[in-house]
Design a protein around this ligand. Structure first.
Ligand code: UDP
Length: 453
């Protein structure tokens, strides 16, 4: 069996905040188990290497121009990254393999599932690869079940799963689950999903940032489609000592504001790093927060409201409400905020990291999914796990205020609040000795050691 310090792991990042965070957390976890780490990442949205002095960073030329990564050009940017980064990544690893330094013997390429070309690079270089899902495990099945003609030579699946009306997945019908991922995906999206699925099937293993108990019914189903071992070793952020990987500067002042608020009284509002609102939605949100009469900490990312720089569209009367019981920041130290005793609810877009971070702190969620797998996560939270409520349909102030009060104050929400606390406990158990995450991580380390560099 090789020494761990001779098994260098190359982790390939996808350059969005919701992907960078879990991949750097995973790198930290594996490094703490003795493996040297190289982080290969597109130049766009580069992480700050000074926060990770133990790692080697490899910026890959990506040919992208600077600017924000808007949801609307998400897929074209993704395609550009795939087009431009594959060959530079192959050349770098090839050079590393040709060096004779035992410390630089690459044992394996561990790649974000979105960076599916990394699997091809691994196969060209005869290296094992491990696919990492930074979303719910269920999304793998949703990706795989999309019917797709096989013109490009990708592995495809029949649509028998979709046609099976009686097949229930965790009490969510697969059809409903697929609909949450977009009813009429474009050809580009289908192509990306097919390529991702194909790469997954050709990898030696799959790592999922999930907790076994959250998806225990669906994981065996996924195993039928993807025969390689699946390691559910989430939540990564609880295993990795915190080192910030934020691309935006965190406003830590909001934690002193939280210190002055009553226990479990504050609603934390954040839509993550990509989702946005239009002017009407911003106004309804503001007035809904005002009518709810709860204190709130609201993250309004600059550029996240269409046609606005930042807060200039908020009405004057709302400024007074902020003075009385609100705090608005551009970017928050979210994990610390959710762990703060003053926070009693989270209005979230249901990104998977936010979902896991909330679960781990026992904070019930108000779900307002915006795109992609967020709809799936919202259904999990509100319908399956019952640790939150979903805001459905058009955003409207009265509806918002009512949902906030139900979630945080009224008797009706008590069962949701209790369930959220119970989930926190179960998440903690999975991390302890003999817990599912801990055991799976030990098995993953054994597998990596079995790859002879
Ligand atoms: N986040 C943060 N500060 C904020 C908002 C978000 O640090 O003000 C972090 C959050 O903790 C999470 C990530 O950004 O780790 C967002 O990932 P998620 O999957 O929830 O959503 P995405 O941004 O990918 O839509």
């Amino acid at each position: 069996m090789p020494e761990r310090e001779n098994c260098r792991l190359v982790l390939v990042l996808f350059p969005l905040q919701g992907h960078i965070n879990p991949m750097l957390q995973l790198a930290t976890i594996l490094n703490s188990r003795g493996f040297p780490i190289t982080i290969a990442h597109p130049q766009f949205n580069s992480p700050d290497p000074s926060n990770y002095p133990n790692f080697t960073f490899l910026p890959i030329p990506d040919g992208l121009s600077k600017g924000s990564f808007a949801a609307k050009d998400f897929h074209s940017t993704m395609l550009a990254i795939h087009r431009n980064c594959q060959e530079p990544l192959r050349q770098f690893i090839q050079q590393t393999l040709e060096q004779k330094d035992p410390k630089d013997q690459v044992a394996c390429i561990i790649y974000d599932a979105v960076m599916h070309f990394a699997q091809k690079v691994a196969s060209q270089l005869n290296l094992p690869s491990i696919n990492v899902r930074t979303s719910a495990a269920a999304s793998m099945l949703a990706f795989a079940a999309f019917p797709r003609a096989n013109e490009q030579g990708y592995v495809t699946f029949t649509d028998s799963l979709i046609q099976d009306e009686t097949h229930e997945l965790q009490s969510l019908k697969l059809r409903d689950l697929l609909i949450t991922m977009g009813e009429n995906p474009s050809d580009t999206i289908l192509e990306l999903r097919a390529a991702t699925t194909s790469a997954t099937r050709n990898s030696s293993a799959i790592i999922v940032n999930t907790i076994h108990f959250l998806e225990e019914e669906i994981l065996p189903k996924i195993q039928e489609y993807f025969p390689e071992p699946i390691f559910a070793i989430g939540p990564f952020h609880k295993l990795a000592p915190s080192s910030s990987s934020s691309l935006l500067k965190e406003d830590t002042g909001c934690t002193s504001w939280l210190d002055k608020q009553a226990s479990r009284s504050v609603l934390y509002v954040s839509l993550g790093s990509v989702a946005s609102m239009n002017e009407e939605q911003l106004l309804e949100t503001a007035m809904g927060l005002a009518m709810s009469e709860r204190p709130f900490l609201w993250v309004v990312r600059p550029g996240s409201v269409s046609c606005a720089e930042w807060l200039e569209l908020l009405p004057k009367e709302f400024q007074e409400i902020i003075g009385q019981r609100g705090c608005i920041v551009k970017w928050a130290p979210q994990k610390e905020v959710l762990a703060h005793g003053a926070v009693g609810g989270f209005w979230t877009h249901c990104g998977w990291n936010s979902t896991l971070e909330s679960i781990c702190e026992g904070v019930p969620m108000l779900c307002w999914p915006v795109f992609g797998d967020q709809g799936l996560d919202a259904k999990y939270i509100s319908h399956k796990w019952k640790i939150g409520l979903e805001l459905e349909g058009k955003l409207e102030r009265g509806k918002i205020a009512g949902a906030i009060r139900r979630l945080m104050v009224e008797e009706e929400g008590e069962v949701i609040r209790q369930k959220a606390l119970a989930f926190k406990e179960r998440a903690e158990q999975s991390l302890g000795t003999g817990g599912s995450t801990n055991s799976s991580l030990d098995e993953l380390v054994e597998l990596i050691l079995s790859f002879q560099p």
